[in-house]
Design a protein around this ligand. Sequence first.
Ligand code: ATP
Ligand code: PRP
Length: 209
Amino acid sequence: MPDNITIAVSKGRIYDDAMPLLAKLGIVPIDDPNSTRKLVLETNQPNIRLLVIRATDVPTYVERGAAELGIAGKDVLMEYSGDGLYEPIDLGIAKCRMMLAGLKDAKPILDRPRVVTKYTNITKNYFAERGQQVEIIKLYGSMELGPVLGLSDWIVDLVDTGNTLKANGLVTLEHIADISSRLVVNKAAMKMKNATIKPILDQLSDIVS
Ligand code: ATP
Ligand code: PRP
């Protein structure tokens, strides 16, 4: 009898990029998250279901064992402070870069630089490693507005095409990290449900290698 497995995934780009990978394993959700209000999606595999949750909540569900597996961006995993997760596979999806950016025509910064970001831990660690004092201001979205409205000097955010930065008169200043989505696994489940989880990991590794 295969173990019951719950996979936590966020709606949007990660879901869209992850489903073709799961389909190659023969796992296909029965409902489409865009046309149902259900947050738990059954799949064609009776023992496998998907949880559709916020991207930032995926590590919490998996670390605490509410889901055995999850798919989360490296940005979310770097920002998360738990240590109860295995991160065995880089799925190579939802690729982008974590960047420091600022106004194209910035005035000289005379004081401690102010940085807006939703990634406060990553930003704190980045500047601490460089020994640079900054003031970090937490925002939950539209970080690009920070420098435009004089709320900050810099932003730390994700960049893919660069279109969002460009459209708001910003340029990249420094590369902080390459980002892609990873499979994460609950540590206890890796042992207790190994017979079911190991083949999933092996097949996913083959598919993305
Ligand atoms: P939440 O809804 O929880 O605030 P979010 O709005 O960041 O999360 P998405 O925009 O779907 O959710 O992003 C999910 C993940 O996709 C991010 O954690 C990151 O790893 C990746 N990602 C975000 N923006 C881009 C982008 N422009 N290009 C490629 N990947 C991206
Ligand atoms: C992400 C990120 C940037 C944008 C970068 O936002 O926060 O704003 O993508 O992508 P680009 O370099 O290709 O323009 P997203 O599209 O997820 O919007 P949201 O964070 O407001 O959900």
